[in-house]
Ligand binder design. Structure first.
Ligand SMILES: NC(=O)c1ccc[n+]([C@@H]2O[C@H](COP(=O)([O-])OP(=O)(O)OC[C@H]3O[C@@H](n4cnc5c(N)ncnc54)[C@H](OP(=O)(O)O)[C@@H]3O)[C@@H](O)[C@H]2O)c1
Length: 186
């Protein structure tokens, strides 16, 4: 997948924010689902993504199984026959980011959410302005990982300890990173 990184450079796109919940060992997914139950994070996720276009891989879309209300879902797939109710489809990353930028303008959104999964995070991290990471305080077993967050490229600008509720499997913290140095050219 490394060869695909930065595929969208030079594309006219809105600022990108990668939103993910990540275990201590970098795992984000297991068996085409989340490796934990974190009800508090899902509530925050809804608030963070509300009113914005969301770009996600076909596998992540299938784990959710529907277009999320109040947002615009753009599914990336190489399958020319893919269709699903209420979602927009793009067949490469460049097309997905262009479509998302157009939808952001129409929706009055100031950024586009990259909603995963592992393949899509890996291809968009080099293009993103911000990362909104829920650090999940456990080591998870799973096949999908978030790319390493290089402290030379990303500055932690906010950290807030989450309040663990009865429907949360672990402690967690909400962490925001901003890209160091130059902004990404649009
Ligand atoms: N913890 C979190 O915050 C979080 C967030 C999101 C997802 N997840 C988890 O992550 C896992 C899914 O991630 P994943 O890496 O397996 O899959 P993914 O990134 O969701 O989707 C991969 C698919 O996207 C399509 N795709 C990828 N790059 C493309 C490109 N450049 N052009 C066109 N299509 C492209 C392909 O679809 P086709 O095969 O159809 O061509 C590919 O199979 C699940 O376990 C999910 O629960 C976790």
């Amino acid at each position: 997948m490394a060869g695909d990184q930065g595929q969208g450079r030079g594309v006219r796109h809105a600022p990108l924010v990668l939103v993910a919940a990540v275990a201590r060992n970098g795992v984000i997914g297991a068996n085409q689902g989340l490796p934990w139950r974190l009800s508090s994070d899902l509530k925050r996720y809804k608030a963070l993504t509300w009113g914005k276009p969301m770009v996600m891989g076909r596998k992540t879309y299938l784990t959710i199984g529907r277009a999320l209300p109040g947002r615009e879902t753009i599914v990336v797939t190489r399958d020319p026959g893919f269709a699903a109710p209420g979602v927009l489809v793009a067949h490469d990353l460049k097309a997905a980011l262009e479509l998302a930028a157009e939808r952001a303008r129409v929706m009055g959104a100031d950024e586009v959410v990259v909603a995963g999964g592992g393949e899509i995070y890996a291809q968009t991290m080099a293009l993103a302005e911000r990362l909104l990471i829920t650090e999940v305080a456990l080591d998870a077993t799973g096949e999908t990982r978030f790319p390493p967050i290089d402290p030379g490229k990303w500055r932690e600008v906010r950290r807030e300890k989450g309040a663990r509720g009865p429907r949360d499997d672990a402690d967690f913290a909400f962490v925001e990173y901003e890209r160091r140095g130059e902004t990404i050219p649009s």
